[in-house]
Write a protein that binds this ligand. Structure first.
Ligand SMILES: Nc1ncnc2c1ncn2[C@@H]1O[C@H](COP(=O)(O)OP(=O)(O)OP(=O)(O)O)[C@@H](O)[C@H]1O
Ligand SMILES: [Mg+2]
Length: 281
């Protein structure tokens, strides 16, 4: 995929202290300015990889590069990296710690040393975009899991990173808020931010992402555009992934001659456009 890489790994390997090998020889290159999804079964290594992207985990083997520069692990370099690469944790409970929602989201921008007005503005916008303005005075501790997830996203949004990484952004969200968050991630990407997610939702990955990486057993076993990924049946089988329902339906209707030939639809709107106008039999 043509575009300068923003994040790269070379020969990345990592084992947890108990000996679990979570990443094995991962070589990848994430294009800047795109919407990227990682798919793969539980335990594939997605979260472990994401924690390498902003230096929260230091590799045992290999290297990570941000914008062509090798990631360094001294305090000052890590602070710089974390301003640019924000990770929303899979489990919001490990990310949130402040008393109220507003305090939680203000903490990062305050630490950047921004003027008070700028902090207030960023915090307000992050809460508005994630639909949590009405929760701002509540202690994070007593929020529902889905509400915490939205606070965790607002937390990182307020830092305005160049790369926004969301580990399973829609897990635990109701449908309305899941759609709202994915629309927001699309909007943020439109402003030039590289957005990376992990998900188990193949329909979401297919219609949202520009490019997909497939992980299994600590390795990247496939990468391509969504159309190429989901036409590769061998890869889907190996990764234990279903096909998006839209593709299955499209193919069936194509066999019957009910849809026009062309690129497979990415969403319902494209799909409806591909249906041929036919007189009822
Ligand atoms: N703190 C830890 N200590 C020991 N092993 C761990 C730890 N965290 C993760 N692992 C192991 O590392 C491997 C990769 O886990 P990881 O959480 O990165 O996978 P994942 O792809 O994010 O999975 P999921 O889809 O369930 O979120 C798994 O075998 C997991 O059990
Ligand atoms: Mg995970």
């Amino acid at each position: 995929m043509k575009s300068k890489p923003i994040l790269e790994t070379r020969g990345l390997g990592f084992s947890y202290v108990d000996g679990t090998q979570a990443l094995v020889d991962v070589d990848l290159s994430i294009p800047a300015g795109k919407k990227i999804a990682f798919l793969g079964p539980n335990g594939a290594g997605k979260t472990t990889l994401f924690l390498h992207f902003n230096g929260l985990i230091r590799p045992d083997r290999g290297k990570v590069y941000f914008a062509g520069q090798e990631v360094r692990y001294d305090h000052a370099s890590l602070l710089e990296l974390r301003k640019k690469v924000g990770v929303v944790f899979q489990d919001p409970e490990t990310q949130l710690f402040s008393a109220s929602v507003r305090q939680e989201i203000s903490f990062g921008p305050l630490n950047l040393g921004l003027p008070r007005e700028a902090v207030l503005q960023r915090v307000h916008k992050a809460m508005q975009d994630t639909g949590i303005l009405e929760l701002q005075d509540r202690p994070t501790h007593f929020l529902s899991y889905g509400q915490k997830k939205r606070v965790a996203i607002a937390d990182i949004l307020a830092m305005q990173p160049e790369v926004l990484i969301c580990d399973e952004p829609t897990a635990w969200l109701d449908v309305k808020h899941a759609v709202q968050i994915m629309d927001l991630l699309t909007e943020i990407n439109g402003e030039g931010v590289t957005v990376i997610i992990s998900t188990h939702d193949v329909d979401l990955a297919y219609s949202w992402a520009d490019y997909i990486f497939i992980m299994k057993s600590g390795r990247v076993i496939g990468e391509a555009t969504p159309e190429c990924i989901f036409y590769n049946r061998r890869l889907l089988e190996e990764a234990e992934l279903q096909r998006p329902w839209l593709l299955d339906l499209y193919e069936e209707l194509q066999r019957k001659g009910w849809v026009s030939a062309g690129l497979p639809p990415k969403n319902i709107r494209d799909f409806l456009r591909s249906i041929k106008d036919k007189e009822p039999a």
